[in-house]
Write a protein of this length. Structure first.
Ligand code: ZN
Length: 388
C-alpha cells in the first residue's frame, strides 16, 4: 500500500500541472473542470462540535451506557429501537442537527454549487449540515440517511418534519398517526438497506472531472469504494488529517493533509473565493436553534441579503415554537428574542412513554419504485455500518 501511494511521485500528473493546492485551484477554474463530486465523512462535521460517538474519549458512549443499553451499538439497532426507542431519542436530542452550526467546509460545498461546479455531494454524515449550509437538496446524497425525514417503523407512514423536530427537542417519542408505531428518522440503522437514492447516484461518479474526498477514513464500505469509481484520469483530491484509502496510486491524486476547514480556506484563497466563502458561512450563524426556542441572529443591516434557503429554514423554525405567529414575513428581531443556549441534561427516564401528535395523514412515501440497477457492492456488514 505504501508502495502504491508513492508510486505516482515518480511521474508527472497527467491532468494537473502539479500535485499541489494551487494546481488544484488552477484546474478547478479551467474549462475542463465541470463536474465536481464530493465524498464527506465525519471529519467535516467535527469542527461543528458534533461528537463522534464511536470515540470513547468523547464520553458519548458512557452517556449511552447509563441508558441500560446491552451494548452501545444497540442504539442504532432496529429490533432494540422497536422495544425501547428512548436511548435513540435521547441520542437524537443530543445530536439534534439544528443545535450545530455548519462548518466553513459545508459553506465551501455550497459555494461550489453556486459556481455551478458541484455535481453531487455524497455524505456519510446524518447531521444534515450540508442542507443547513444551503447546499441544494438535489445535490446531496446522504448515504446513511439523515434526520431530514422520518417515518413509522411499522407501516412506513411519513411523519411531519416540524412535529418531529418538536418531539426530539422536547424529548418525546413520536408515534405514527395511523398505527401508533414508533417514528424513526430515516437514518440507516444496522442491517438496513442503504437508500435507493444513493444506489442510483453511484454510476454518476463516472461523470466526475474532479473528486474531492474530505474528512473520512475511507474504511466504511460500500461508501469507501466510491473513490475508485471515478475514471482513472479524474483528478482526486484528499482533504483529511491522514493519508487514507488508495490515494497516491493514481497519476492525478493529490493529498492536502490538515483540518478540513483550514485546507478549504487555503484552497479558496488560491481560487480567489475567500470573501464569498466567508459571506456564505456568516449566513449559517442564523440557523442554529436551541432546545427551548429558535435563536436567530437577524442581521438588521441587510436582511435582504439572506438566501431563500435560509429564509425557508427560519420560517420553519419560526413555526416550530411560535405557532400563534403567521410566518408570512419570516421572523424578525422583534418576535424572536435570542435566549441563552440551553444545555438540558435531563435524564432519559423523564421521557414520556407515549406522545401522539395529531397531524395530517400523508401519502406513504415508502412505496417507491423498485430499482432495477443493482449496485455491485457488498451490503454493509452490521459491524461496519457506522453512522457518524
Ligand atoms: Zn404506522
Amino acid at each position: 500500500m505504501h508502495q502504491s501511494r508513492r508510486s505516482n511521485r515518480a511521474n508527472k500528473p497527467k491532468i494537473l500541472a502539479a500535485r499541489d493546492i494551487s494546481s488544484v485551484a488552477g484546474y478547478m477554474k479551467s474549462k475542463d473542470c465541470k463536474n465536481v463530486m464530493m465524498m464527506l465523512g465525519a471529519g467535516v462535521s467535527t469542527s461543528a462540535g458534533i461528537p463522534d460517538f464511536r470515540s470513547p474519549e468523547t464520553g458519548l458512549y458512557s452517556n449511552l451506557a447509563r441508558l441500560n443499553l446491552p451494548h452501545p451499538e444497540a442504539v442504532f439497532e432496529i429490533n432494540f429501537f422497536r422495544r425501547n426507542p428512548v436511548p435513540f431519542y435521547t441520542l437524537a436530542h443530543e445530536l439534534y442537527p439544528g443545535k450545530f452550526r455548519p462548518t466553513i467546509t459545508h459553506s465551501f460545498i455550497r459555494l461550489l454549487a453556486e459556481k455551478g461546479l458541484l455535481h453531487t455531494c455524497f455524505t456519510q454524515n446524518i447531521d444534515t449540515l450540508e442542507r443547513r449550509a444551503g447546499v441544494p437538496e438535489e445535490k446531496i446524497i446522504e448515504a446513511h440517511g439523515s434526520f431530514a425525514t422520518q417515518r413509522c417503523i411499522d407501516c412506513s407512514e411519513t411523519f411531519d418534519d416540524n412535529d418531529m423536530k418538536r418531539h426530539i427537542l422536547q424529548k418525546k417519542i413520536a408515534r405514527c398517526v395511523s398505527c401508533g408505531g414508533y417514528v424513526k428518522p430515516d437514518i440507516v440503522f444496522f442491517g438496513e438497506a442503504l437508500p435507493e437514492i444513493f444506489i442510483r447516484a453511484v454510476p454518476n461518479l463516472r461523470k466526475a472531472d474532479l473528486l474531492i474526498v474530505m474528512g473520512t477514513s475511507l474504511t466504511v464500505q460500500p461508501f469507501a469504494s466510491l473513490a475508485e469509481r471515478v475514471d482513472d484520469s479524474c483528478p482526486r483530491v484528499l482533504i483529511n488529517l491522514d493519508h487514507v484509502g488508495s490515494f497516491g496510486s493514481r497519476s492525478d491524486d493529490v493529498a492536502l493533509l490538515g483540518k478540513c476547514d483550514e485546507v478549504v480556506r487555503d484552497l479558496c484563497k488560491e481560487l480567489g473565493w475567500d470573501d464569498e466563502l466567508n459571506q456564505l458561512w456568516d449566513e449559517t450563524e442564523a440557523s442554529v436553534i436551541t432546545d427551548k426556542q429558535p435563536v436567530l441572529k437577524v442581521n438588521s443591516e441587510e436582511p435582504s441579503e439572506k438566501s431563500d434557503t435560509l429564509k425557508e429554514i427560519e420560517k420553519q423554525f419560526a413555526s416550530l415554537d411560535l405557532d400563534s405567529k403567521d410566518g408570512n414575513n419570516g421572523p424578525s428581531a422583534e418576535n424572536l428574542t435570542p435566549g441563552p443556549p440551553s444545555e438540558s441534561k435531563d435524564k432519559a427516564a423523564a421521557l414520556p412513554p407515549k406522545s401522539v401528535t395529531a397531524t395530517e395523514n400523508k401519502e406513504n412515501a415508502a412505496g417507491g419504485k423498485v430499482v432495477e440497477e443493482k449496485l455491485e457492492v457488498p451490503a454493509i456488514p452490521p459491524a461496519e455500518n457506522k453512522l457518524l
